[in-house]
Every structure is written in C-alpha cells, then in structure tokens.
Write a protein that binds this ligand. Structure first.
Ligand SMILES: Cc1cc2nc3c(=O)[nH]c(=O)nc-3n(C[C@H](O)[C@H](O)[C@H](O)COP(=O)(O)OP(=O)(O)OC[C@H]3O[C@@H](n4cnc5c(N)ncnc54)[C@H](O)[C@@H]3O)c2cc1C
Length: 370
C-alpha cells in the first residue's frame, strides 16, 4: 500500500459523499466542503435506488434495502379516465433523496464534512484550493462534485455549459397520512404513469426521511414533465415568491402563488388520481431539464464527477447511481501504486458511461416530449 493522498472534495451531496466513502476506504485522507451544509438534509424527493448502489450500501452497513427503500412490482399506464391502458410486471426500488443523503452523511465522520464554498484553485504540482472565507488549503487531489452548475468546471472547461431540453419537471412530495387511503392504495406496489399531449406524469411511494417503510409513514412522490419552449414563460416559472430569478430550479415553498394555482388547475385535465395528488401536495417545486456532457473528467490533480461532469435526463433514473459509480470506481482506481495511469483508465470508462447515459436520456425524453 502506498501513502494515502490528501483529497479535497468540493460538494457534499451524493457525489461528494460517495467519494468521501470510497476514497477513505482506499486509504486516502479526505475532507469534504459543502456550501449549503445546513440545507441539504431537508431537500429532495423520490429517487430510484439502482442495484449496484444498493449492494455497495448494504455491504458497508450504511443502508439495508428493507429499512431504506420500497419496491414496486408493477408498472401501469392510465388513460384519461383513470383506467389501466397498459400494465406489466416490473420491479423498481425507490427511496427518498433525503433518506439516502442522511445515511451517507452519517457514514462520513463529522470532522471530515465541512461547511465551505470553493471559489477557485491553482495547480502548481499540488493543488491550492481557495474558499469563499478567504482561506486556502493545499491538497494532492481536488475532486469536483459540485453538480450541474459547477463553478470549478467552468474554470476548467469554460466552453461547456448545460443545454436546456425544452421542458421542466414539476415535482411534489406528500406524507401518505395527509391524503385519502383510496389515493394511496392506487400506488400500492405499482409505479403509475399518465401520458398526455407532450406531457408525462408519474407517481410512486417512497419511505419516510429516516427510511420508514411501514404503512402510514411513507410518502407519495410525483413528477410531471411539462413542455415549456417559450423562454419568457420559463423565466416566469423560475421567478420565486420573493421575486428572485432562479437559474435551474425553484425549491419547495418558493413557487409563486399564481404559478402554483395554474399548476393545480392544469392538473385537473389528468386522471383523477393524479389531479387529486397534485391538488393535495403542499409545496410543489420545479426543476428544468437539461443535458450536460464534458469532454474530459481528469485534469492532472483535479477531476470532475457526478452531475458536474454529465447530467442525464431523469427518465434514466440514474443521476445518483452514476455519481455513486464515478466515486466508487475512482476509489478503486486510486487503490494501487500507478495512480496516473489509473486515473486515465478511470476517465476513459466514466466518460463512456456518462455519454451513454446522456444519449439514453435524450432518446427517452424525445420519445415522451416531442
Ligand atoms: C438539494 C438537492 C436535491 C436533489 N433532489 C433530487 C431528487 O429528488 N431526485 C433525484 O433523482 N435527484 C435529485 N438531486 C440530484 C441528484 O442528487 C444528482 O443527480 C446526483 O445525486 C448527482 O449528485 P452530485 O453530488 O453530482 O450533484 P448535486 O446533487 O447537484 O450536488 C452538488 C453539491 O455541490 C455543492 N456545491 C456546488 N458548488 C460548490 C462549491 N463551489 N463549493 C462547495 N460546494 C458546492 C452544492 O451545494 C450541492 O450540494 C438533488 C440534488 C440536490 C443538490
């Protein structure tokens, strides 16, 4: 075993936390810096838990599938009257973004997870990382896990930027005890969809924030993909209740009252089960759908991973799993002696995986929304 590297991870969401776990396990000395450390725990909605990620979490005792996720065994597409138009057996495992975040966060030692915003870095053999409070730290490796709007990526690749896909995802999450039993039952063991005219809405049950899977403690999650080609309309949707213009999403509680009312009215055209669900959800929120691909992920002693490198449309249900795989494979690559060629090998494999996923997301999105 060679000496461990000093590693700084910029970004403490899914990609950053998986990196901290995988690189510590490979014997490195890892510190994570997150600019919104106090906020993350209460954010997010439903996500698909992919098998490889579940296996990784299970083996390390971070989360067992049965105390952290829910499985559906059927997929159904409804017609406008709410009858099943098509349905088939299909197994999917769901969890909550917050449920996963909390488990990962607890697995990383508190003195390794810091509040702090990276504002730049210099490379001079080592890497010198600058923070918003004026401090600086030197490191052997900087891992950029800053998400789709990464500032450090902009420093490395100023010509790369996210491309808006022409539609948004309205999203909502509601505790099951706040809605009627009959509504919840419609989603029991079933992943339910409705396709309208260039519209798609889907819903599924997820566990409570601490992984509660018992009846009464779960939450219902919905996602509604909606075409918004007009830029002015998009800007209107992205203007929050305080008048601030958001770039890519408006978080729960920040949507303007008039937009929320329009949303609930538009949902009345959906099958009853979805219009009731949207109608009852306390704080719907919106995220724009965009594509992002980088030509490189490794830049000597700096590398990009997760959404900072590739953002695939959510239809692939793989954003979190991709960030996890980037991190786990980086840990494997940095486990041996020849780190330089290992990083090149890591980059080649992860570039291919990222490109594949982005292509797949575009293909799926065009199928639903064009
Ligand atoms: C709050 C939140 C909620 C989400 N909810 C869902 C969901 O419900 N379903 C789903 O499928 N996906 C969700 N995602 C996206 C999903 O987590 C990502 O697709 C995936 O996990 C990739 O994670 P990432 O760590 O690469 O990027 P992200 O999850 O985007 O995280 C990037 C992190 O970097 C931090 N950061 C950015 N710049 C800096 C900087 N300069 N210095 C320090 N920190 C910085 C950000 O605050 C953020 O926490 C959510 C992401 C966030 C941040």
């Amino acid at each position: 075993m060679t000496d461990g590297l000093r590693v700084i991870v910029s970004g403490g969401s899914m990609g950053g936390l998986f990196t901290a776990l995988a690189l510590s396990e490979a014997g490195h000395d890892v510190d994570v810096f997150e600019r919104a450390a106090d906020e993350l725990e209460s954010r997010g909605a439903g996500i698909v838990a992919q098998p490889r990620m579940l296996e990784y979490l299970g083996k390390r005792g971070i989360a067992r599938p049965d105390d952290f996720s829910l499985v559906t065994h059927r997929r159904e597409y409804l017609d406008r009257d709410g009858n099943v138009r098509e349905g088939w057996a299909d197994s999917m495992t769901f969890t909550g973004w917050d449920t996963l975040y909390r488990r990962l966060r607890r697995a990383v030692e508190d003195d390794r997870y810091h509040a702090g915003r990276v504002v730049g870095f210099e490379r001079d053999g080592e890497v010198s990382v600058r923070f918003a409070d004026g401090s600086e730290r030197r490191t052997d490796l900087l891992v950029v896990a800053e998400g789709g709007r990464s500032g450090s990526r902009e420093q490395l690749l100023p010509d790369v930027s996210p491309a808006y896909a022409g539609y948004v995802a309205w999203r909502g999450l509601i505790d099951e005890h706040e809605i009627s039993r009959s509504l919840v039952e419609r989603f029991e063991d079933t992943f339910v969809f409705f396709e309208g005219d260039r519209q798609l809405i889907l819903g599924y049950l997820i566990p409570g924030p601490e992984g509660e899977t018992g009846k009464g403690d779960r939450r219902l999650n919905w996602v509604w993909y909606d075409n918004v080609r007009d830029r002015e309309r998009l800007n209107e949707l992205l203007t929050g209740s305080d008048g601030a213009e958001h770039d890519f999403s408006v978080p729960p509680g920040d949507l303007r009252g008039e937009i929320e009312r329009e949303l609930r009215t538009a949902a009345e055209g959906f099958p009853d089960v979805f219009s009731r669900l949207v109608g009852a959800t306390p704080d719907p929120f919106v995220q724009t759908i965009y594509d992002l691909s980088v030509p490189e992920m490794a830049f000597g002693r700096v590398c990009l991973l997760g959404d900072a490198a590739f953002v695939a449309r959510p239809h692939t249900a793989a954003g979190t799993a991709k960030a996890a795989a980037d991190a786990i494979e980086l840990g494997e690559a940095l486990d041996g002696d020849d780190r330089e060629s290992a990083l090149e090998g890591w980059e080649e494999k992860r570039l291919a995986a990222g490109r594949r996923l982005v292509r797949e997301g575009i293909r799926m999105g065009e199928g639903y929304m064009d």
